[in-house]
Design a protein around this ligand. Structure first.
Ligand code: CTP
Ligand code: CA
Length: 236
């Protein structure tokens, strides 16, 4: 449906959504990354825009078009994604971290292509931890000029999915987290379908809701509607 044709429950709300992988350079021709396709984040951005929100999508490298009505910013590394998100912190009502951010980057990316050494059968790479974009956005602040947005995370897990997701929800001080079992190849990374569990938190009390398996587009709409309802409940 088009803007204006239906009610616009997200009108006046500003969303910032991260999507896709990050790429961390090892040298000018190589990088560390992961299999995130960006589909879930792009579907969330499209759904929020359809409901009338002002949406900024901050995306790592993916093969997807920016959805209609969405503003896109392309980034490559976790550091660039962090800068793009932080510059929007004070003007974001709802922040959704859907990106699969590389947890580590090369300590010192090489200026020139790393050459294969004839006498070396092993290569040891030194990696350092990337900043946690979501935890930074969700940090409590008393600064009125830089208020904390309502923060939503994704937890991609291959085991103990629900426990790890709830742990992240509390540890990163989030309002909600979407738990995603990426060990099942028919859903999750790369797939057009997904099956998720939504956990919301208010004052350390967690509520759980399992959503039926569906296309990432359909799930994106459902998630935005549920998150919007929870956001509005918090505000009143
Ligand atoms: N995230 C982030 N910045 C990072 C790492 C993660 O913003 N440097 C966000 C992701 O976008 C996601 C959430 O944090 O919304 C959880 O990501 P995940 O990789 O599942 O958790 P981690 O905290 O990185 O822990 P681990 O990978 O060890 O499970
Ligand atoms: Ca991670």
């Amino acid at each position: 449906f088009q803007k204006g044709e239906v009610s616009q429950p997200a009108a006046g709300l500003r969303f910032t959504i991260t999507a896709g992988p990050t790429q961390e350079p090892l040298d000018p021709v190589r990088y560390l990354s992961n299999h995130s396709s960006g589909k879930m984040g792009y579907a969330l951005a499209a759904a929020a825009a359809e409901l009338g929100a002002e949406v900024q999508l901050i995306s790592g490298p993916v093969n997807l078009a920016i959805p209609a009505g969405v503003n896109g910013t392309q980034v490559t590394t976790a550091k660039q994604m962090l800068e793009a998100c932080e510059s929007r912190r004070s003007t974001t009502d709802i922040f959704i971290a859907c990106a699969a951010v590389a947890d580590y980057r090369a300590a010192t990316p090489a200026d020139q292509k790393i050459k294969k050494q004839a006498n070396q059968d092993e290569l040891v790479l030194k990696l350092v931890k990337n900043p946690d974009i979501l935890a930074n956005m969700a940090k409590a602040t008393t600064d009125k000029n830089n208020p904390r947005p309502f923060c939503v995370g994704f937890a991609a897990e291959t085991q103990q999915v629900e426990d790890y997701a709830q742990d992240k929800l509390l540890r990163k001080n989030l309002d909600a987290i979407v738990a995603n079992d990426v060990s099942d190849n028919s859903i999750g990374f790369g797939s057009d379908e997904n099956r998720v569990i939504l956990f919301t938190q208010h004052k350390q009390t967690i509520q759980r809701e399992a959503l039926p398996q569906g296309s990432k587009l359909a799930l994106g709409r459902q998630l935005i509607e549920k998150l919007l309802a929870f956001y509005k409940e918090q505000k009143t």
